[in-house]
Design a protein around this ligand. Sequence first.
Ligand code: FES
Ligand code: FE
Length: 436
Amino acid sequence: MPGVDTSNSEKARSFVIDDKEKGIFLLDREALVSEEVLRAEVSNIFSKCWIYVGHGSELKKNGDFQTRKVAGRPVIFVRDAKGEVRCFFNTCRHRGAMVCTERQGNLRRFNCVYHGWIYNNDGKLARVPGDEAYMDSFDTTGLGLKSPARFEQYRDFWFMCLDADVESLADYLGKATDYIDLVIDQSPSGKMEVLHGTQEYDVQANWKLMVENSVDDYHLPTTHSTWLNFMANSGVVVEPPKDKDLVLPTRGFAFDLGNGHFTTDNVNFRGRPVAAWIPLYGENAKPEMTAIREELVTRLGADRARRVADTNRNLVIFPNLVINDGSSVTIRTFYPDGPAKMHVTAWALGPVEESEEARARRLDAFLTFYGPGGFATPDDVEALELVQQGLANWSDDRWSEMSRGMGREGEQLNSDEHHLRTFWRHWNKMIAGAQS
Ligand code: FES
Ligand code: FE
């Protein structure tokens, strides 16, 4: 790249070139292809940051559990017999077998199929077959299922951290909590629930490309032209509204929220199950959506109601939790399975008191836009896989160009790359820590 030192010398190993004066931001493509980088991510990002485990509504009754992999660790996310939400490593204390092989269910006890050790759903070791063979000093009280070093929640979004010395979850989330609150405010009772059914798919691309893609509004007109045409043909005005009284003064912003978190913040013109009607929902939906809007205004006031209903947002909690608060609310996580492959999991979230009709609109939007067979995701997946295939040339064509909008003063636009640079700067700092 002319005029830029891209030697990337070992004394200051950095994966970005960040020259604010010249308005240049370049990303070393090795960050997207390297096994060594992945190992550094496991030790210094996935083992140091708060990582999303699940939502409390997935555990409605005492004894309900979900098993899943979180940052490569098999865990049991469970509501114990007393109603306390807990997280355990799904690993028997005897010889290490997974003690729960069901995806979800309701159990008082977890039985290890290997030698039969039995654990209560609060993790305590309840029974060891043939325990007379052990000496008197054998103490079962210290042999309960182990938990991650830290496990905390913000408004029923539960996270774990493998580092005991990490700041509290609330401090870690910081300003991102304002954007979680905007999601929760859609429910009259302040209670949202994960809806039945999970979307899962693999993408042959580096996991960080999904972080970028989840908030990259620059790609919308090209990658998603099919969907935009479909919306236009369905009578949705795909132009930003010109109303001078808008809740946001332009079509969309991107905000750095600190700690590597960031969000887009857009004027909504694509309809939302929460009180923003578009022709796609049909005339029959109008009365109910008007009533939802009135409830919002009564409960929150007109300004907050507009903020909740008339903007949509894609929030990234560093490193790998995305909350899409748009035509539906989607919680999405993705984990690397090698440098060039990720596994994506997505859940839909909705107010607990939603009617059957409103719920149907929400689920339709969850499938139509964000679903793996919908209008958006297959096109996004195709784009990301093309990037990864192109990156086979990384050592001969080393730098990705990410300086869009760098000269912009003041508030940043969602179609620029400011928020993506926010992610990469934070990522780069954490990886540098791993190297030192
Ligand atoms: Fe679980 Fe032996 S590994 S009882
Ligand atoms: Fe997209």
